[in-house]
Write a protein that binds this ligand. Structure first.
Ligand code: HAM
Length: 434
C-alpha cells in the first residue's frame, strides 16, 4: 500500500458485499422476534448531547470515563457519538412525550455505537447493537420476557450454545447496607486495590466488583454477595423472574458477581455468553433500570431492556455454524453481447428482465464474448441471453439454459416472460435443476 494511502480507523470494519449473509440473518431474526414480542422500532441520532451519557450511562463507568468519543461543538456544547442506545431511547421517550400516547412503551432499535476501547476479537470502536427498552412497568414477568426475546433471536439465527447469567443488584434501599458491608470488608485491604477501585469505592461499589484489573481479583472474590442484602421486595422480584424463566424452560446460571458496567441498573441484570468468543464473551447484556427516567428529568418510570452486540453474535454464528455463505448478488440471467453495436439492445434487455423482477446483468468492461461466457459461468447465471447482429436485426433473443446447454429463440418482447417462466419452472422443480 502506498505510504500516503488513507486507511480505516483502528477498531472499525468495512462490511463487503459477500459478507452480508449472517448480518441479514441476524437482522431478519431480530425484526421478526421484535414484532412477535410487540416492540415498535425507534431510531435516535448517532450524535447526542454529551451530558445525556454522563448522567444516563453514569460518570463513574468506563464507558463515560475512558471510552466516549466527545466532540466539542462550535457553540460550546459538547456532543458525543453514542456509546449505547438506552439513554437516547429514554431521552426520546421524554422529549417526544411518548408517555402521553401510552405510559407503557415497548421500543426496539438497531444501529452503530461507538466506544474507544482497545480493539480485540469481537470488540470494536464502531460496533452495532440490536436492543429493546420496555418503559413504564415494574412487572418481573417483563424482565423474563426481555430475556426470552433475546434467546428467541439467538435461536432464530441457529445458535444453540448460548448461556444466560443472571443476578440482581437490588435497589436504593438494599444498596447502602451492601455498600457499607463492602467498605467494611475492604477497609484493611485498600492497598491491594487499583487506584480506580479506591476512587470508585466512594461513589459506586459495583464498579469495584466490575473491575477488570487482575490484581484486584483476590479482594473482589472475598467480598460479600449482594443477594444477602436484598430487601423483601427485591428478593420477591428476583424470585418471580427466576420462576418465569423456569416455567418457560430456560436454563440459567445465577452469578452473584455479575454487576454490568453501566450505572443505571436496579434489580435484575443479565448477560448472555457464547463460548465461540474470546475473553469478552458476552453477546447480549441487559437488565432493569428503574431510576433512569427520573435521572433524566422524568417521573418515576420503571424500565427493563437489553442490547445484543451484532459483531459478537456474528463471531458466535461463525464458530457454531461455520463460515457464512457468499452473499454477493448474482444475476439469474446474464446477457452476452457478441457485437459492439448490439450493446444498446442488450442494455434494453437487462432493463426488461429487472422490470420483470429477475436479477440480470451484462458486461460493462468491454470483454470478449468468450470471457463474457466465462463471467456468466463464474456468476452461476442460470440463463444467458446471447445477442449478436442477427438477434438485433430480427428483434429476437437466443436463450441458453446454462445447466443443459439447450438453446432456443423467442421474440424480444416475450424474452423476459419466457425467462420468468423458465426460471419459475426450475424453482418449482429443483430436481430438474443442475
Ligand atoms: P452493554 O453490555 O454495554 O449494554 O452492551 C451490550 C452488548 O454490546 C455487549 O454484550 C457486547 O456484545 C456488545 N458490545 C459492547 N461493547 C462493544 C464493543 N466495543 N465492540 C463490540 N461489541 C460491543 C448496553 O449497551 C446496554 N445499553 C444494554 C441495555 C439495554 N440495558 C438495558 N437496556
Amino acid at each position: 500500500m502506498a505510504n500516503d494511502q488513507i486507511t480505516s480507523i483502528q477498531g472499525t470494519e468495512d462490511l463487503l458485499p459477500e459478507q452480508w449473509a449472517y448480518w441479514r440473518r441476524l437482522y431478519g431474526a431480530a425484526r421478526r422476534q421484535f414484532a412477535l414480542y410487540g416492540y415498535g422500532e425507534i431510531r435516535t441520532p448517532v450524535i447526542e448531547d454529551l451530558r445525556l451519557f454522563v448522567k444516563g450511562t453514569g460518570e463513574t463507568t468506563d464507558i463515560v470515563e475512558k471510552e466516549m468519543y466527545a466532540i466539542p461543538g462550535s457553540d460550546g456544547e459538547s456532543v458525543a457519538l453514542r456509546p449505547e442506545g438506552t439513554p437516547s431511547v429514554v431521552r426520546s421517550y421524554l422529549e417526544r412525550k411518548l408517555d402521553r400516547q401510552a405510559p407503557f412503551q415497548k421500543l426496539c432499535y438497531v444501529g452503530p455505537m461507538f466506544r474507544h476501547e482497545r480493539p480485540q476479537k469481537g470488540r470494536l470502536r464502531q460496533f452495532h447493537q440490536l436492543g429493546v427498552e420496555a418503559i413504564g412497568s415494574a412487572e418481573p414477568l417483563l424482565d423474563a420476557e426481555t430475556i426470552l426475546l433475546a434467546m428467541a433471536i439467538f435461536r432464530d439465527v441457529g445458535l444453540s450454545g448460548c448461556r444466560l447469567l443472571l443476578n440482581t443488584i437490588g435497589c436504593e434501599t438494599c444498596r447502602p447496607r451492601y455498600r457499607d458491608a463492602v467498605r467494611d470488608a475492604v477497609k484493611d485491604r485498600l492497598g491491594e486495590l487499583c487506584e480506580d477501585c479506591r476512587r470508585r469505592l466512594e461513589r459506586n461499589v459495583f464498579r469495584v466488583l466490575d473491575c477488570k484489573n487482575e490484581g484486584c481479583r483476590p479482594v473482589i472474590e472475598s467480598l460479600p454477595e449482594i443477594t444477602e442484602f436484598l430487601d423483601e421486595d427485591c428478593a420477591r422480584h428476583y424470585a418471580a423472574v427466576k420462576d418465569a424463566l423456569g416455567r418457560a424452560g430456560l436454563e440459567f446460571t445465577e452469578d452473584p458477581r455479575l454487576v454490568r458496567g453501566l450505572d443505571y441498573y436496579t434489580r435484575t441484570v443479565y448477560e448472555i455468553k457464547h463460548p465461540g468468543l474470546g475473553a469478552r464473551d458476552a453477546i447480549c447484556g441487559g437488565g432493569r433500570y428503574d431510576k433512569l427516567v427520573e435521572i433524566l428529568g422524568g417521573p418515576p418510570t420503571p424500565c427493563v431492556g437489553f442490547a445484543i452486540g451484532a459483531e459478537a453474535t456474528l463471531l458466535a454464528m461463525e464458530s457454531e455454524l461455520g463460515p457464512p455463505p457468499d452473499a454477493a448478488p448474482r444475476p439469474e440471467v446474464y446477457v452476452v453481447c457478441f457485437e459492439e453495436a448490439a450493446r444498446p439492445f442488450c442494455f434494453g434487455l437487462i432493463g426488461d428482465l429487472r422490470g420483470a423482477g429477475i436479477a440480470a446483468d451484462m458486461d460493462f468492461e468491454a470483454r470478449s464474448a468468450k470471457s463474457q461466457m466465462r463471467q456468466a459461468n463464474r456468476l452461476e447465471a442460470r440463463l444467458c441471453f446471447l445477442i449478436g447482429g442477427r438477434e438485433v436485426e430480427q428483434d429476437q433473443v437466443l436463450i441458453k439454459d446454462m445447466a443443459d446447454g439447450r438453446q432456443w429463440s423467442v421474440p424480444r418482447e416475450q424474452a423476459a416472460g419466457e425467462a420468468a417462466g423458465h426460471l419459475g419452472q426450475r424453482q418449482a422443480n429443483p430436481g430438474a435443476a443442475r
